[in-house]
Design a protein around this ligand. Structure first.
Ligand code: ADP
Ligand code: MG
Length: 292
């Protein structure tokens, strides 16, 4: 049977918005000395906004209508930012069908003219497209997330999206360090300049910031961390599901996170307040010291 101390810790955590799927997860969390965090939607709010639009043919509205048609089918934070921009400009979206999410790189589908896609430089490369136009170089020059829209091997343009750290993230990381967490690492599918900017705001060491990571890269990195300690992975997206499952403790953002992430995780963080996570870690440690 589950010790009373664990039951009472589980319910105290739940009152703080941290739901453990069982007592074992609480006991494992007590031993965690390494935290790996996803960036977008985890350390950042995910409530991003479109900051720049580059339509190479000059027709921003038609460009956004097509991009919006693709992103209408995505649950990614980036998709929501683009849909808000489309709504602000009062545009109709293009009809895009047979849409496929490509976790970690973007999204693909078909409009009336054929296949279309939107995503990062990995997807650009996969499509055999090029981003050497000066307008495209320029939009990639600021430390923001860039999404390219293309048709086959042709890039039609790009948008940049700015996301902000959660107000509670820096304090949460500091609290984790205070309670003896040895390593704190960030792993993101986003590009390096964005990762370094967000990481610097949170006081992370540059060598603990991993950018351009595909879902399987996150899994591999979590595995490497697990060779030297007990690892918790904190994430929100479909792209994080495998890393959440691989970690000793998988912690999913519950409020705005994806269902796939929640299913793969051992713990759901229902609060937007990251400090609740540090508090749960401390509670797990205290509880473990009582029952030992
Ligand atoms: P993170 O690891 O920071 O949460 P993701 O792995 O979810 O980020 O995404 C990595 C990158 O893939 C994004 O920065 C973006 O460039 C691209 N991407 C992912 N999903 C989409 C989408 N629906 N539309 C456009 N680009 C996307
Ligand atoms: Mg994410």
């Amino acid at each position: 049977s589950v010790p009373a101390a664990i039951l009472s810790a589980l319910s105290a955590a739940a009152r703080g918005g941290v739901l453990f799927k069982g007592g074992a997860a609480l006991e494992t969390l007590a031993a965690v000395d390494t935290f790996a965090f996803d960036k977008t939607g985890t350390l950042t709010t995910g409530r991003a906004a479109v900051t720049q639009v580059v339509a190479l043919d000059g027709d921003e509205d038609r460009f956004l209508s097509l991009l919006g048609g693709l992103e209408a089918h995505s649950e990614h934070h980036i998709a929501a930012a683009i849909r808000r921009e489309v709504a602000t400009r009062d545009l109709n979206i293009a009809n895009v069908v047979d849409v496929n999410a490509r976790p970690g790189v973007g999204i693909e589908g078909f409009d009336a003219l054929g296949p279309v896609w939107a995503g990062n430089s990995y997807l650009v490369e996969e499509m055999g497209a090029r981003i050497d136009r000066p307008e495209l170089q320029k939009i990639a020059g600021n430390a923001q997330t860039v999404i390219y829209l293309g048709r086959g091997a042709t890039v039609l343009g790009a948008v940049s999206v700015a996301d902000e750290t959660r107000p509670s993230s820096a304090a949460a990381l500091a609290a984790l360090r205070d309670s003896g967490v040895r390593r704190i690492v960030m792993m993101t599918g986003d590009r390096k300049p964005v990762a370094l900017r967000i990481g610097a705001e949170l006081g992370l060491k540059p060598e603990e910031i991993h950018a351009g990571m595909l879902p399987h890269d996150k899994v591999r990195e979590v595995g490497e961390l697990a060779a030297t300690g007990k690892v918790a992975f904190v994430g929100d997206g479909v792209n994080d599901a495998a890393a959440l499952a691989r970690a000793d403790v998988g912690i999913a953002m519950g409020a705005a996170g994806s269902d796939v992430a929640l299913q793969a995780a051992d713990v759901a963080l229902l609060s937007e307040d990251m400090e609740r996570l540090a508090q749960a870690h401390r509670l797990a440690r205290r509880t473990a010291s009582i029952i030992r």
